[in-house]
Design a protein around this ligand. Structure first.
Ligand code: NAD
Length: 472
């Protein structure tokens, strides 16, 4: 019996005893029933995975920052350390690797995820799964080919909040009547370090930024600050993206928040779409059972070649499915908000939330709470099928653990696998394409092409530096 087969068998039989060739005992925490995991990005968000990974064998760590690698090695002293994730994955056989957890900067997520899947490794990837439509499609397709044997999860851990189940039950039970539209929003406005806004700009021109040290110079990437410190392998941090000069501003914030130093730049992230957009659209996505939209349109800040829009609203049309008619889905960011359906309901009091509109009412929610408002004289709730003790959705449990369990038992599912999350992020990233071209786009989800605006197709993918392969 090979190791992988053994892991799956022991997970399937649960706590039962199994005779190993070595005679070792099996059980949840028996040495033979642990996954060999690599943690890529061993500080910041990576630290949030330390305790769940401590139940497994962390056999490899990777970080482009020597100090951060040492931080991870302190917790997992037996792990082999790497600066370059490609070298780590080259060694996957020697490491007897089963799984990877990806906590690097967004512009490398789809790369590492594809390389890991192509080596038959289970994969947990921090959100966002991708920063271009093409990346989302490639990584999803790679997983779909292997979904029977590999477990995937995107780091949208709020999905384990009970409110996700409760809102889904309300929508599926028809509490708002026939679902017609759903909107999600997030109010974060994050600007690059060292920049300020010209006081003359109106609030609606927030993307026109000026650096403090170069007044009057329109925003670009952060200014060249000379050679990077020795502990940072800056070339590996840039990775597949076009090169931009080193600036400490990309590494300015504390553990778990440093993504806010770089994720607004086109070459390193997708702004709030990839950040809170991943979490908040998940709140909506979980209730609507949508796949890919047939259209996308978006409006936001004036285009800035370096920085993704802070204020933006995008809208998508989704075809009917087996339980609802066609719906319109919206994403609003940077304090652009959907219109409140009722005068006394102030949606701006909800920093990150979602709203579902139906023929008989409205459901408004954030990650913890929900508010159902039946609307109209006929909204008497007789049409609502509430869950019973038998049909109420069970708690998801611990989000990272759900993935670890699924790695060991292929019959178990994960909530935010690369299909669910890949579709969700593809939709949001298509919105950014519509924003760039300023047109309503017709989209063919089968081919991944915009059919009414050839100009838009160039923005579905990114240009990579020589030597970097997305699907390696
Ligand atoms: N799920 C959540 O709630 C949540 C919260 C915060 C961040 N995140 C996500 O986690 C990721 C990391 O965010 P962060 O704030 O920790 O960022 P960060 O810039 O601090 O990066 C995390 C670690 O990864 C290392 N790293 C960066 N690029 C690397 C590469 N190519 N190879 C190896 N190591 C690399 C960094 O040196 C750092 O130690 C982001 O994608 C972010 O969106 C998710």
């Amino acid at each position: 019996m090979n190791r992988r087969h053994f892991l799956k068998t022991t997970a399937a039989v649960g706590a039962g005893w199994l005779l190993l060739p070595s005679g070792a005992r099996a059980g949840k925490n028996a040495p033979g029933n642990k996954l060999n995991v690599a943690l890529i990005g061993s500080w910041g968000r990576g630290e949030a995975h330390f305790s769940s990974l401590a139940t497994e064998n962390v056999v490899a760590l990777c970080d482009i920052n020597e100090d951060h690698l040492a931080f991870g090695a302190k917790r997992f002293p037996n792990a082999k350390t790497y600066a370059d994730w490609r070298k780590l994955l080259d060694d996957h056989k020697a490491l007897n690797l089963d799984a990877v957890v990806i906590c690097t900067a967004d512009h490398t997520h789809a790369f590492i995820a594809n390389w890991a899947l192509n080596r038959d490794l289970h994969c947990y990837c921090e959100k966002p799964l991708a920063v271009s439509v093409e990346e989302a499609r490639v990584v999803r397709a790679n997983w779909l080919k292997r979904k029977a044997k590999l477990a995937t999860q995107v780091g949208m851990q709020r999905h384990a909040n009970p409110n996700f189940n409760r809102t889904r039950e309300l929508i599926r039970g028809g509490a708002v009547g026939e679902l017609q539209a759903a909107y999600a929003w997030g109010n974060r406005q994050v600007r690059p370090a060292g920049c300020e806004y010209d006081a003359k700009d109106s609030d609606d021109k927030t993307s026109i930024v000026y650096f403090k040290d170069k007044p009057g110079v329109p925003a670009g990437y952060l200014p060249d600050a000379g050679a990077p410190p020795k502990n940072i392998n800056y070339d590996l941090w840039i990775g597949p993206s076009p090169f931009h000069a080193y600036n400490p501003g990309y590494f300015a914030l504390g553990p778990g928040a440093n993504c806010l130093s770089w994720n607004m730049f086109w070459d390193f992230g997708a702004g709030q779409i990839g950040d809170m957009g991943s979490h908040t659209m998940d709140l909506l996505w979980n209730c609507v059972d949508a796949t890919l939209p047939t259209s996308a349109e978006a409006k936001g800040d004036p285009f800035n070649p370096a920085i993704t829009p802070i204020k933006c609203a995008s809208h998508f049309e989704h075809p009917a499915n087996d339980w609802r008619g066609p719906i319109r889905v919206g994403w609003y960011q940077g304090r652009v908000m959907p219109k409140s359906p009722i005068g006394w309901l102030d949606l701006t009091k909800i920093d990150h939330g979602a709203m579902f509109k139906g023929s008989k009412g409205v459901l408004v929610c954030d990650f913890q709470k929900r508010l159902l408002i039946p609307v109209g004289d006929n909204a008497d709730m007789t049409y609502y099928k509430s869950p019973t003790a038998e049909t109420v959705l069970p708690p998801l449990g611990h989000f990272q653990q759900q993935w670890l369990d699924a790695c060991k038992n292929p019959s178990l599912k994960t909530a935010c696998d690369f299909e669910y999350s890949g579709n969700m992020i593809e939709q949001l990233l298509l919105g950014l394409v519509a924003y760039r071209v300023g047109k309503k786009l017709d989209y063919d989800g089968k081919t991944g092409q915009v059919t009414n605006c050839p100009d838009a197709n160039q923005y579905l993918s990114r240009k990579y530096r020589d030597g970097w392969t997305l699907n390696g």
